[in-house]
Design a binder for this molecule. Structure first.
Ligand SMILES: [Zn+2]
Ligand SMILES: [Zn+2]
Ligand SMILES: [Zn+2]
Length: 159
């Protein structure tokens, strides 16, 4: 009852009732890919994904075969995007179907959508690419995408 009118959060725990929320954790690193909250014990896993696998541990979000198929579809899409956008879009959609967390594929699909002047779909894809790169320990890639769009009118929607 103490918190009927709102909790008093300090980080992830309410000072008054002890309730835990999934926000404001105090993570300390356990390994280069995992961290735990020193207050509530919640775990966070963040791999460093490059070419379909973690560069630190041996974690793979999808099997190697699936990654290679997705990569091939993405390469096709990149090759085609300047002369056959419709075909490029098909290939990049296939890449995302094979590997739903494929950050580079969302980046490419965003570019294709922008070239179709479909700004809202483009923004959704680019945002997703940035979010995935960040959650996959590749903030360098996320940063370079932000840079790429910093002069565009929709930039504010990306950050
Ligand atoms: Zn409370
Ligand atoms: Zn916590
Ligand atoms: Zn890892």
């Amino acid at each position: 009852m103490a918190c009927l009118f709102g909790h008093k959060w300090s980080g992830c725990r309410c000072d008054k009732c002890g309730k835990i929320r999934d926000d404001g954790h105090s993570f300390t690193e356990k390994s280069r890919c995992t961290a735990a909250c020193s207050v509530c014990g919640a775990e966070r896993v963040r791999h460093h994904i490059e070419n379909g696998m973690c560069t630190v541990c041996d974690h793979r979000p999808v099997s190697e075969a699936q990654y290679l198929m997705a990569r091939k579809e993405l390469d096709h899409a990149v090759e085609m995007k300047s002369h056959n956008k419709g075909e490029a879009l098909k290939h990049v959609n296939q890449a995302i179907k094979l590997y739903p967390d494929f950050a580079s594929a969302y980046h490419t699909r965003g570019e294709i959508n922008f070239s179709f002047t479909d700004v809202s779909r483009g923004v959704t894809d680019i945002k997703k690419a940035i979010k995935l790169f960040e959650s996959q320990g590749r903030s360098d890639n996320a940063e370079s995408i932000r840079d790429e769009y910093k002069d565009r009118f929709f930039y504010k929607k990306l950050v």
